[in-house]
Design a binder for this molecule. Structure first.
Ligand code: 3PY
Length: 246
């Protein structure tokens, strides 16, 4: 059976949006367009853990894999997403090997990590603890987000961390960090360095873009793109509707 981690490993081209609006309705609306996956964004939204569970439930009903961008690289954020039934986590702001190892450890059960075996939704509430652990060992996707100059500097050591399924480039934050540190290298060059390093290490690599044309270009080179967000789609549609009334 194909599951998201497997598709990422096989470099199947995958595209899907962030879902940041804190409601399962938004998952249902976005899922109706049949993306390959959605990424529920708890880093930049007021999505509580309880609400997150209902959003994952809505994605399950629509048969769309739900990845969760966790609030931060803390074990409790990572296990909350996975215990809710997410198929994987995207961990923001990973800048060196020890942060990457911490993300992998929190997301994987022993012997590959330290995730606690909570009999929550992912384990059918006590009915399937063993089965859910076996499934998680096979299917849980661990993606780390590279979005700082430190991550560019340390990319090879991050790529060497065992258990990382995907490195994901955040051009927005990388651009902010580069500007703040008066980096003389262009954002495009920094991104290219990350892409080349990941490809040389044979680790799947993805990127965020809010632009459809850029998304098509990236999908021709990388196999994983997060395209915009539900909030962005609503903004664009609201502005277009307002302009049509002018
Ligand atoms: C970035 O571009 O930095 C992101 O985090 C995408 O949301």
């Amino acid at each position: 059976m194909t599951y998201l981690r497997n598709a990422v490993a096989k470099r199947v081209p995958l595209r899907g949006p962030f879902v940041a609006l804190p409601t399962p309705m938004s998952v249902e609306i976005v899922a109706g367009a049949k993306p390959d996956f959605i990424c529920i964004d708890t880093e930049h939204s007021p999505i509580s853990d309880g609400l997150l569970t209902n959003m994952v439930r809505a994605a399950d009903l629509a048969r769309i894999p739900a990845l969760v961008r966790v609030r931060s690289n803390l074990p409790q954020n990572i296990s909350a997403a996975l215990d809710a039934g997410a198929c994987g986590v995207l961990v923001p702001h990973v800048s060196n090997a020890s942060e990457a190892k911490a993300a992998v450890s929190a997301a994987r059960f022993a012997p590959h990590g330290t995730r606690g075996a909570g009999p929550g939704r992912a384990a059918s509430y006590l009915r399937d603890i063993g089965g859910s652990i076996e499934r998680a060992r096979k299917e849980t996707l661990v993606a780390v987000q590279l979005e700082t100059l430190q991550a560019v500097k340390n990319v090879d050591e991050i790529l060497a961390v065992e258990g990382i399924d995907l490195v994901f480039i955040g051009p927005g934050d990388l651009g902010v960090d580069a500007a703040a540190q008066a980096c003389i290298e262009s954002l495009d060059d920094l991104i290219e360095r990350l892409v080349s390093a990941a490809q040389a290490a044979d680790v799947p690599v993805g990127i965020f873009t809010a632009d459809r044309a850029a998304s098509k270009r990236w999908l021709a080179r990388l196999s994983f793109v997060i395209e915009g967000s539900d909030a962005q789609f609503l903004t664009l549609a609201s502005d277009a509707a307002a302009a049509a009334l002018d």
